[in-house]
Design a protein around this ligand. Structure first.
Ligand code: G3I
Length: 451
């Protein structure tokens, strides 16, 4: 597979995005981070990763996933229900796609996840199994999946979410059937199947010092004492705006002091929708706190975000009315949180202007002689009571029709003014207008100026 990685600046990344995916941000290129996040993280010896969906790894999504992150975690593709929906019948397509993509782009892969109570196939959860059968099922699954990717993954989340909030063991298929030692058995089976990946236990609400994280701490201490192969602890970090635990760094440090690695494995920071610029600024501060806490502890290997764009986040489905949890908005524009991550990784960035309205030009459909395009005008920390978007077309590009704006083309110069009903763009709001055009030769994306 051809590498999707582009040049060394976000500006060039965005320019590449513009040419190939037909999207250009009018303003942010001039305010981009100086270096992609993955280069900043590499320089610090840290991981900056993202969860991904295999089917989306093309176009703009693929370019950002490859260009900004040095590690990928399959969001769903490696879960038991995904890879063995019917007993004995395997589907590795999406998992393979992600691993191949990562290798083509020089990225690590975090395998996620082998032994969990959720997203298991119904044949497994609905079956009646003896203890011996259940143990065999678990160890066979580990041997099969870990073995398939032998030597290719950096890390496995071997056991996911074993604890309740009060620090007792979660009553799952595995705990109920095999007892608490299913965790040690799973880790041992994973090491036997592939000696190379770092083996982790991963959980949520264990970011600060609390009953749940202390139970995890005690487990890891005991596993280490018994010589069970445990290399790291994953702190998922599905956080709520305003609720970053004050003991985060202290908690990371206490795990590190046990002699294991620590990773922030699923970071997102959600808020009520619609978000406003103050909330996005606060979110940026909190992303920075989390990344700073990891950077400050040598054995914290890095941070993975659970989806890099709000268009690929689990939050709105699970918490209706909440979202905006990731570092890129739904149109792939970097949010303040993106710049905050860059700064925490040592980047020198000029943040985007606070209080700006920007215009994004997209080609939404194109055929041999024609195309449909749109421009989205979005305001953040500013507002408009009327607007005019202008751009210059290349040879052969001609506007033929527009809607939700009054557009004229004179020579190569295009000018589109608001319709009577959509001149107002409030802070945090957006308007979109569309058009059809014809083209010959090529149909490049122009730079749009807002007036
Ligand atoms: O694939 C089906 C699709 O065919 C169907 O049309 C659609 C209808 O709802 O559902 C699709 O499956 C969904 C799947 O994500 C893939 O998009 C499931 O319903 C949905 O429940 C599932 O959610 C996943 C969730 O785990 C399940 O618990 C999220 O994408 C995934 O991000 C999330 O990830 C977990 C981590 O693995 C562990 N830590 C918590 C984290 C968030 O829940």
């Amino acid at each position: 597979m051809r590498s999707l990685r582009t040049g060394s600046t976000l500006a060039s990344l965005l320019a590449g995005v513009a040419l190939l995916a037909g999207t250009l941000l009018a303003a942010p290129a001039a305010h981009a981070a100086d270096e992609p996040l993955r280069d900043l993280a590499d320089a610090k010896g840290k991981v900056i990763g993202t969860a991904v969906t295999g089917s989306k790894l093309t176009g703009t999504y693929g370019r950002i996933a490859a260009g900004e992150f040095n590690a990928l975690t399959p969001g769903n593709a490696m879960k038991w229900g995904s890879v063995e929906p019917t007993r004995g019948s395997f589907n590795w397509a999406e998992a393979d796609e992600i691993v191949n993509f990562a290798e083509a782009n020089g990225q690590q892969v975090r395998g996620h996840t082998l032994v969990w109570h959720s997203q298991n196939p119904s044949w497994l959860t609905n079956g009646t199994w003896t203890t011996a059968q259940l143990r065999q099922l678990m160890t066979d699954h580990i041997a099969t999946e870990v073995g398939r990717y032998e030597g290719r993954l950096a890390t496995w989340d071997v056991v996911n979410e074993p604890f309740n909030e009060d620090g007792t063991y979660r009553q799952t298929l595995w705990y109920n059937g095999l007892g608490a030692d299913y965790i040690a058995e799973a880790l041992t089976a994973a090491r036997a199947a592939d000696p190379s990946p770092k083996l982790y236990i991963n959980d949520y609400n264990v970011e600060g010092v609390n009953a749940k994280s202390t139970a995890l701490y005690n487990l890891v201490r005991d596993l280490k004492a018994r010589g069970v192969p445990i290399d790291g602890v994953g702190l998922q970090a599905h956080l709520i705006l305003g609720q970053v635990p004050s003991t985060l760094q202290q908690n990371i440090q206490r795990f590190a002091d046990l002699g294991v690695d620590v990773a922030i494995t699923e970071l997102d920071i959600r808020m009520n929708l619609p978000s406003d610029s103050a909330e996005l600024a606060q979110q940026a501060t909190e992303y920075k706190q989390v990344v700073n806490a990891c950077v400050a502890v040598t054995r914290c290997v890095g941070v993975t975000v659970w989806g890099f764009t709000d268009s690929d986040s689990w939050i709105p489905d699970t918490f209706p009315g909440q979202g905006a949890a990731t570092p890129y908005d739904e149109n792939f524009a970097p949010k303040p949180a993106y710049y905050a991550i860059a700064e925490a990784l040592g980047g020198t960035t000029t943040p985007p202007p606070t209080g700006a309205c920007t215009a994004t030009y997209s080609v939404v459909n194109q055929w041999n002689t024609g195309f449909t395009g749109q421009v989205r005008i979005a305001c953040d920390g500013a507002s408009l009571s009327s607007w005019k978007a202008t751009w210059t077309y290349g040879a052969g590009q001609q506007l033929t029709q527009s809607w939700n704006a009054t557009c004229t083309q004179s020579g190569a110069a295009v000018s589109c003014s608001n319709a009577s009903y959509n001149g107002t763009v409030p802070d945090g709001g957006s308007v979109t207008f569309g058009f059809n055009g014809s083209w010959s030769g090529s149909n490049p994306v122009p730079v749009v100026t807002l007036g």
